[in-house]
Design a protein around this ligand. Structure first.
Ligand SMILES: [Zn+2]
Length: 257
C-alpha cells in the first residue's frame, strides 16, 4: 500500500482533440502557457520518494534558456511540496519521449525505471516493428545528449515486477515500450496512463493521439486505452488534469455481451 500520492504537475497538450494543429495555433498555445510538458506524479512508498515521468516543456527546444526555464519551474513545484530534487529515490518513465523524460538530469540520486516487454508474449509486435526506432535501445546516447548518464543503467521492469507499490500495466501502442502504472489508493484503482490516454478530450471522444513517431497504429492504441478503461476508477493522463473514468461501467457491460 502506498503512503501518499500527488500529482505535482498537470501537464499540458499542444493539440487537444478537435483543435486545428496549424503553426499559428501552436504559437498561440505556447504564448498562453501550453508547453506540451507531461504530468508528474509523486508517490511515497515505504519511506522513499518516487516520481512518474519528469515533464519537459517545449520538447524540441534544448537551448540553455529552455533548460533553465524547465529547472526553475520544476524547482518551484518541488518547493511547494517541501521536496528537493535530491529527495527523489526512483523515477519511472512511461515511455522515452522527451516531454516525459527530458528533466532526468536534475535528479542526482534517483534510479531510473522503465518497462521492457517480454519478447515471447509480444512476439507478433516485435517481429513487425523496426526496433531501431525505439529510444530505449539507444539509451546511452540519449542519456549523454540529455545529460543523465550519471543515473544509468536504467532498471527495466516487466509485468511481474512492481514499482513503488504500483503494478506494471503495459499499454503498448503510443510506442512499443509504453507502460502505465496501476495504483490502489484510498480504495480506488488509479491508472497513471502516460500517453496511452493523452488527455480527457481524447478519452471523451474515444480517440488516440497519432502525431508521434514510433506509434504502433490506431488499433494497438485503442486496445490499450480500452484496457485502462475497463479497470481504472480514475485516470491520470499523460497531459492535463486527472479525471474519473465514467466509461468503466459501460465498457465492462459491452465486453460481457
Ligand atoms: Zn507526452
Amino acid at each position: 500500500m502506498i503512503d501518499d500520492l500527488k500529482i505535482l504537475k498537470f501537464g499540458s497538450l499542444n493539440i487537444e482533440f478537435g483543435e486545428n494543429p496549424s503553426i499559428s495555433m501552436l504559437k498561440i498555445n505556447k504564448a498562453l502557457g501550453r508547453f506540451g510538458d507531461s504530468s508528474i506524479t509523486y508517490i511515497k512508498y515505504k519511506g522513499n520518494n518516487y516520481i512518474i515521468d519528469t515533464g519537459f516543456a517545449n520538447e524540441i527546444d534544448i537551448s540553455d534558456k529552455n533548460l533553465t526555464f524547465n529547472e526553475r519551474s520544476l524547482k518551484n513545484i518541488f518547493n511547494q511540496y517541501d521536496l528537493t530534487f535530491n529527495d527523489i529515490d526512483g523515477i519511472f518513465i512511461t515511455h522515452w519521449h522527451t516531454d516525459h523524460f527530458g528533466n532526468l538530469r536534475l535528479f542526482p540520486n534517483a534510479k531510473i525505471y522503465s518497462f521492457l516487454p517480454d519478447k515471447e508474449i509480444y512476439s507478433e509486435i516485435f517481429n513487425n516493428y523496426d526496433l531501431s526506432r525505439d529510444f530505449s535501445l539507444n539509451i546511452d546516447r540519449i542519456a549523454e545528449f540529455y545529460n543523465f548518464s550519471h543515473l544509468l543503467p536504467v532498471i527495466f521492469l516487466n509485468e511481474k515486477d512492481e514499482f513503488a507499490g504500483c503494478r506494471i500495466f503495459p499499454t503498448l501502442g503510443h510506442t512499443l515500450l509504453h507502460c502505465s502504472l496501476l495504483i490502489e489508493y484510498l480504495k480506488v484503482k488509479i491508472i497513471v496512463a502516460g500517453d496511452a490516454i493523452v488527455s480527457q478530450s481524447y478519452f471523451d471522444h474515444d480517440e488516440i493521439w497519432q502525431y508521434n513517431s514510433g506509434n504502433l497504429g490506431k488499433e494497438a492504441c485503442i486496445k490499450s486505452m480500452h484496457k485502462i478503461t475497463s479497470i481504472a476508477d480514475y485516470i491520470i493522463p499523460g497531459h492535463g488534469h486527472p479525471f474519473q473514468n465514467y466509461k468503466k461501467r459501460y465498457i465492462n457491460i459491452n465486453n460481457k455481451k
